[in-house]
Design a protein around this ligand. Structure first.
Ligand SMILES: [Zn+2]
Ligand SMILES: [Zn+2]
Length: 174
């Protein structure tokens, strides 16, 4: 089903088989199925494929960016801590509990900054393609523009990793 990207926040909106999905600027609606009130997101790394999903086990980048991340960067880009290998044993001592807490907080911060990167990255792509005045765009058209003008997933993840490492400044050359 065709969703549209709200350029102001970078999240998708529209009708899905689970009900109406709203972007982050509007209060979420009651959702009929799934663990989270959205069917999918735009991959924040390459912008050229869908990411996320209605399950708590979904991954917040597309399949190709996740594969690249797993091979090289090990960023906690899955929604839940377990696929990010952030685990706590039942008999953990206080040091392990403290490490676990720090890793969870780091994961939450990275996931917040993922959304910021998608918004910045999307607005730069649209400006480059001559669509700076557009408020909404079909998801498929964003995917197409990203394939035309942005690096492929194996290079796109470099920009995302740099953004996360630098604490939110746009890396040189992006
Ligand atoms: Zn929005
Ligand atoms: Zn991607």
């Amino acid at each position: 089903m065709g969703l549209t990207v709200h350029v102001g926040c970078g999240f998708l909106q529209g009708q899905t088989e689970f009900g109406e999905q709203r972007c982050r600027c509007s209060p979420a609606l009651k959702w009929q199925r799934g663990d989270v009130p959205e069917l999918r997101q735009l991959c924040p790394s390459c912008l050229s494929a869908p990411a996320g999903g209605p399950s708590r086990w979904s991954v917040l980048v597309c399949r190709r960016c996740w594969k690249e991340n797993r091979a090289k960067y090990h960023l906690p880009l899955a929604r839940h801590s377990i696929p990010n290998a952030i685990l706590l044993e039942a008999d953990a001592g206080s040091e392990e509990v403290a490490r676990f807490q720090a890793e969870i907080l780091g994961m939450v911060d990275i996931q917040r900054r993922l959304g910021e990167w998608r918004r910045v990255h999307l607005q730069r792509l649209l400006a480059h393609a001559g669509f700076e005045a557009v408020a909404e765009m079909p998801e498929d058209l964003v995917h197409l523009l990203a394939r035309l003008y942005l690096p492929p997933p194996q290079e796109a993840i470099l920009g995302l990793a740099a953004w996360l490492r630098e604490g939110g400044s746009v890396p040189a050359g992006w």
